[in-house]
Write a protein of this length. Sequence first.
Length: 393
Amino acid sequence: MSVLPCPRGAHRDWPLLLLFFKIVDHPPDPAHRTGDRSRFDFDRDELASLLEGEPRYRVDQVWDGLYRQAVDPADMTNLPKDLRQHLDGILRPALGLLTESVSDSGDTVKWLWSLSDGRQVETVLMVYPDRVTACVSSQAGCAMGCGFCATGQGGFDRHLTAGEIVEQVVRAVRRGRQAGRRVSNVVFMGMGEPLANYDRTWAAIRRLHDDVGIGARHITISTVGVVPGIERMAREDLPVNLAVSLHAANDKLRDELVPINRRYPLGALSQACARYLEAKGRRLSFEWALMDGVNDRTVDAAELAAYARPLRAHVNLIPLNPTPGYPAIGTPPHRVSTFAELVRSLGTNVTIRRNRGTDIDAACGQLRASLRPGPVPIAAPTAAAEAISGPAP
Ligand code: SAH
Ligand code: SF4
């Protein structure tokens, strides 16, 4: 019996599509071209060329202004005015603000940005008592085709450049500063599959680490399970956190929910995760969007626990956020608790995350319905924010 209420028509062509599915970086072409270079796409040498004729220390001043102080060239008051104006003209921002939405409690802000070619991406800032997290997009759209995901339903537009990724964090840093807070964490859980845009994602991580000052242990890549990307991560020198969007722990169900599983099935995925753990010693987490009657049965909990236990993975449960293009709904709260208890009793650590505007660590690209538009300042950390890491009511 198939328990999956997925739209069969939409899934029918996936096996065929996957034959032609290129997981590594797509070559630039007119339809999928990478955006023009923006201010965070230049490296130091390129910046030095732009500043030719100026004293050498100007390069450090501008670099520091962009990355550490997170200010626009026009606001770099340690530069002469005409140089500021000149730089403002040539170091263009990548992100144009379309909308800013703020949660009722004021501690979650979501931005919808327009890129230079009109594509749109989202960034989310989450303010907690003990940390401030920026959730960033790595692609405009996504080619992975997970039927339950709003981004996947919209298809793939293009990869983001490293500069477009970095600028999302810099904008979040500025906003956090308004509330007297420092962005401490970055999670790649917005739009897109970061490991399908590996080189640019990793270049952005290097910049965030080296120049913005975000510690590697405070950066998390969330992947749907692109095994070669996980293997590459294991060979990098920065020990970032790895989150895998699992959603099913048997291949038949996962093939349906997460089509990339047909290329990288659960056995290969767990081996790649084990190699990552061995290489980096970081905690692994699994994301599991609980879908009513799909992956929330006793057998699903048992399979999840059996899969997670040898990897000592931490499981994050989040009730599915319903989307117009997918018929399933989120598991109701009382059954979410039962599922969590079962997984816990089988020896695996579990956290339940409520699927709200203020509680979106595990699915921060899914906020559209839960925030209201309008520029509202971030409130100081509140008791509500404190509750968000706790279990669902
Ligand atoms: N492509 C990456 C990162 C972006 S998606 C990945 O899949 O991991 C970020 C998270 O949101 C993933 O865990 C994804 O499974 C989850 N997600 C997507 N659609 C969702 C929905 N409708 N409800 C709840 N979580 C969702
Ligand atoms: Fe892409 Fe992640 Fe959405 Fe799947 S869940 S379609 S990988 S963004």
